[in-house]
Design a protein around this ligand. Structure first.
Ligand code: ADP
Ligand code: MG
Length: 317
């Protein structure tokens, strides 16, 4: 299979009916889009490098799934509705079986999320996947990191620390826990609801670690965020598998792709109802304060010191 056949094959395997807003998809020098009127376009890029973002022996299916899921999660955290994505591939060689697996995984991540592929690039080199994805949202409705205000509550969706625990306990973790690492669900419905109904003042997805991602909100909003360690929702299996490290996974683990967001206390009831409607736990874990930084508190109100708040590619310590 040559490059041309490969692109044709990708196009065929990932084909979905194109919305009117995609005027021209794969096959030309570039795609053509018609921006829906009165919508803002939200754009995000993510790169997954072999050996850095996934172990080299990760299945092609899981690589394909996760490469798109992390972009969908960025769209979710902005409150955007998925629209299209570009797939940039750097491949060591053309292994058909591997490609088949990758496309299976991508298809799984696309299913039910109403997103189409409109192009990409194919090159030879170290194994790496990069996806640029776009979504749409109402003007002024996007969930940004810079809107948190003192006095508001801090919330998270789902359970936190699952992916980090699964990574450390691959041999003993349940199928469900491993799926939290390999098959994360972008919280698209939640993000869109929070944005549409104006329930959240700021939001981020938890990719680097709860403290790191909450820290981004604090920094961008010019506030402090206080998190009560005992209130962080940790899955029973994580507490059972590794009780000594459960809090570390939850606070600093990352890769969960849940949402952390801030909301005024007036929205507590609405968020409770939304949690029931989406069948997704939403848990209040802290408070926005004046000041700066993220502060994790134990049961006595003492600050828990954390070595590293999350994953940093260029950290020297
Ligand atoms: P050019 O050399 O002009 O950049 P390419 O041969 O790279 O054109 O791409 C031709 C078409 O195939 C374009 O529509 C491009 O978006 C698409 N394409 C290339 N690689 C991929 C890929 N990995 N996945 C999806 N579409 C791709
Ligand atoms: Mg090209």
């Amino acid at each position: 299979m040559g490059e041309f056949e490969l692109i044709k094959y990708i196009q065929t395997r990932l084909a979905r009916p194109l919305p009117e807003s995609v005027v021209l998809g794969i096959g030309d020098d570039a795609a053509i889009l018609a921006t829906p009127s009165n919508q803002h376009v939200v754009v995000t890029s993510d790169t997954l490098n072999a050996g850095v973002h996934f172990p080299r022996d990760t299945s092609a299916e899981n690589i394909g799934y996760k490469s798109l899921a992390v972009s969908l999660s960025d769209l979710a955290s902005m409150g955007a509705k998925p629209w299209w994505f570009n797939l940039n591939l750097s491949l060591i060689d053309l292994d058909f079986d591997w490609m088949e697996g990758l496309l299976d995984g991508l298809n799984d991540a696309m299913d039910g999320n109403d997103i189409v592929i409109i192009g990409g690039d194919t090159t030879g080199g170290p194994l790496s996947l990069s996806i640029t994805a776009a979504g749409l949202c109402g003007p002024g409705k996007a969930l940004r990191r810079d809107g948190a205000k003192p006095g508001e509550d801090v919330w998270v969706s789902g359970s936190i620390g699952d992916a980090a625990c699964a990574l450390q306990h691959m041999d003993t973790a349940s199928v469900d826990l491993m799926a939290r690492l390999n098959r994360p669900t972008a919280r698209l419905e939640l993000g869109q609801k929070l944005a549409h109904d104006g329930l959240a003042s700021s939001c981020a997805d938890i990719s680097d670690g709860l403290l790191a991602d909450a820290g981004n909100i604090a920094a961008r909003s010019g506030v402090a965020i206080q998190i009560i360690a005992a209130d962080i929702p940790i899955a029973d299996e994580v507490k059972r598998l590794d009780p000594n490290n459960a809090l570390k996974y939850a606070a600093t683990g990352g890769d969960d792709y849940e949402l952390v967001f801030t909301a005024g206390a007036a929205h507590r009831n609405a968020l409770k109802n939304l949690s029931a409607e989406l069948n997704l736990p939403l848990t209040r874990i802290g408070t926005v304060l004046q000041g700066q930084g993220v502060h994790l508190l134990d049961a006595d109100g003492a600050e828990v010191s954390v070595k590293s708040p999350g994953y940093d590619h260029f950290s020297s310590t």
